[in-house]
Design a protein around this ligand. Structure first.
Ligand SMILES: *Cc1c(COP(=O)(O)O)cnc(C)c1O
Length: 227
């Protein structure tokens, strides 16, 4: 008999949770220190419901349109995380459904968030890439940006987020991230969390101190390529 979608998700989720457990053990960390965000982008809200029934409460989306469409159908204790590239004109809508924003990387977006006066938890995305394109604040601009977000704009900063660059060993990129995070956290203790790690590299991220891992395809399966 072919397994149901729920059985398939349960098996994938179990395998990912096991790998998270092994990675935290190797890093001498508690498994409770790592929050799994199941990245449900491009998958139907029916999958989110199945994952909810399996005990998951944190879901990641990259696009405003998709998050806004899924949100009204979900139980009130499901938390949606926005982790995509921010567009100014979408930001107001994003704040209606996303409880957490992982990808703040521009002063003008920080200003819009402050003007909206919303209470999102916000991660600043930092770039680990020498060539821009995948988003993120350059590490040498990070502290100035964080200072402005905290002191002037009063955003609720909670941490840093990063994506490992293409063409670099994730472990070496995340070691750099760990150092950047340590420095940032010593200046701004509220930057306590580190959102890093996807299907291909979440174990390396956990070993480098990630507190939030964003895992999609290892749980939901192969996605159609992004448009
Ligand atoms: C899509 C995406 C993920 C999840 O990627 P998978 O490889 O499917 O686990 C995580 N973070 C960001 C920023 C993404 O865009």
């Amino acid at each position: 008999m072919t397994p149901s979608r729920s059985q398939e998700l349960a098996a994938n989720l179990g395998a990912v949770r096991e790998r998270i457990g092994a990675a935290t053990a190797r890093a001498n960390r508690s498994v409770d220190d790592v929050q799994l965000i199941v990245v449900t982008k491009t998958f139907p809200v029916s999958d989110v419901h199945l994952l909810y029934e399996l005990g998951e409460r944190n879901f990641g989306e990259n696009r405003d349109q998709e998050g806004a469409a899924k949100f009204p159908d979900l139980p009130s204790d499901a938390r949606l995380h926005f982790q995509g590239q921010i567009q100014s004109k979408k930001l107001k809508s994003i704040t209606r459904w996303a409880r957490v924003i992982h990808s703040l990387d521009e002063p003008k977006h920080a200003q819009i968030l402050a003007d909206l006066g919303t209470a999102q938890d916000v991660f600043i995305q930092v770039s680990l890439d020498s060539s821009p394109g995948r988003g993120g604040v350059a590490p040498d601009r990070l502290l100035t940006f964080a200072e402005d977000c905290v002191s002037r704009l009063r955003l609720n900063l909670v941490g840093l987020m990063a994506v490992a660059p293409l063409g670099e060993e994730p472990a070496s990129a995340f070691a750099r991230l760990n150092e950047i995070h340590g420095k940032a956290k010593s200046e701004f203790p509220q930057l306590r969390y580190l959102s890093a790690g996807m299907s291909g590299d979440f174990e390396a991220a956990i070993e480098a101190g990630a507190t939030h891992v964003r895992v999609g395809s290892s749980i939901l399966g192969h996605r159609a390529p992004a448009i």
